[in-house]
Design a protein around this ligand. Sequence first.
Ligand code: AGP
Length: 606
Amino acid sequence: MCGIFGCISDDAAALVLEGLRKLEYRGYDSAGLAAIFPEHRGPIQTERTTGFVSDLVSKANGRFKGAEIAIGHTRWATHGGVTDSNAHPHSSNDGDITIVHNGIIENAPDLLERVQNLGYSVSSETDSEVIVHLLDHETKTQSSNSTPLDAFNKIIQMLEGSWAIAAIMKGLDGILVARNGAPLIAGRGHGCVCVSSDAQPFYGRCSEVAYLNDGDVFLLSKDGLHGDDSILIPSFEVLEGTYEEQDPGRFGHMMLKEIYDQPISISNAMGGRISADGMNVELGGFSITKEEISALERINIVACGSAYYASLIGIEFLRKFTNITVEAFRASEFPAKSVCNERTLTIGVSQSGETKDTLDALQNAKVAGSNISSFCNVIGSTMSRLTGNGAYLHAGPEFAVASTKAVSNMMIVFALLSLSLSENSLEKREIISEMRKLPSRITRQLLEDDGSVQKAVDLISGSNTAIFIGRGISAPLTQEGALKMMEVAYLPCIAYPGGELKHGPIALIEEGTPVIAIAPTDSSLSLMESSIRECKSRGGRIILITDSDGHITETADIVIPAQSTHPMLSPIINTIPLQLLAYNLGLATGNNVDRPRNLAKSVTVV
Ligand code: AGP
């Protein structure tokens, strides 16, 4: 988590503040900045604060204008509370060195003891501050012919864990940078050289990027990256992709805008991948051939949070259209040694492509002999580069912490992969034809507002829990609906397959408990009706999401009408009312829906 941005230019601090604003989605507990002025006039200036980058801008109050070298940080707390003193940057006791860090230093307690024994006073509760004291000690005690980069290299060897680090030093014309397990990218453009946690802040500033690799330790100066002869310096390449401004426009919030982006984003996921006659599907970047796939023993899917729930839905397509054993795992619980070998393929599914749990699962899969691939949204992300092949989601940048359009595109990409592997059949043609209609169906779902979502929000408001139920392909969607409501509206929710309810969770239902039932017209419709009646007869208030107008609707207190589609595609439609329920309840609760408490967009710690 956390965002790092560093820059060398004639107004470096302004660029860092602009960069931090674009990285804020990575963590927004606190923000900080450190800067050096031309010809190293005066000491390193620092400022940090709890709150948003806008709070940092106010606190900095123009003091950093004209700085030549600057680094900054947006924080998602792991070690130590959300306080000014735990915010980055962290400085040496004499103020001559300052660092920012993203990741976790696992051996921080040992290193802390070491720096305290050396006489350093430590002023934060973070695992990061030790880095600056170690660097300070090393630079002050190393031989006279050694360089700051030598000292930095040496102290990096002492660290265990994960890091992206940027450090500046009085007297040093550049930024020391190191990467291990947390992303860091260098960029260069007209009049500036930058380093960042991701490429987003580079658009409009840098035309070229160089992706640092794990283990890299460099000095970034005006003329590029410099390192030890033993390390291959990554070359600068053209920055691909386009920048989309984080501007919610008339929607007021990025989450709502991204929900309404879905007709276009889904269409972009399918664009160029379905043949004009609707008979064939091809996923270009997915370089594993059909023959290689059919020779596989099994496919493992690894993902977290919403990406995992989208994968649970997605594997139903693979199961239907291929004969391969497919299983989805929460990446943090992936039993790589038991389920990977040379005849397996492990696919990481991730919006950001930076989720550490998923990256670790892929690495473990690789070590255990598995082929690896990925479905990612962010072009050039660590995951897409690690796997070297895969399919992009093409959802466009997603900024709201609650994932919406990327989740829908994950389901689409699973469907596309499955269809690309299957023989021609009537059902394949039907699904492709229905997929092509999804953008217009979703447009209608979004525009034909009969007020039922708002009525459902009113019903749920004030409740102390909500229960989501569904069957078949809608069962995993209940988990996604519950997750969205928990993260945006802070409402404790549980999600169960309808049939499981009677085995325990039904005990929670009392008079007025909201039950959100997802019941598309598929083979489980009548069983869903039974599950709903079981809830209703115990006092549950039923919010029914369905395309049916049959008697199941009579069981509901509120019906949220859903557009009809092929049953397998129903989760892509039904996720929309779930997203709107979470968004509107979060809004009604007075929450910051785009930046919910305790969360971050990109989870780069384990
Ligand atoms: C979704 O709303 C969540 N914010 C979260 O569960 C997310 O899906 C998860 O952290 C995985 O992220 P990724 O897709 O970037 O890997």
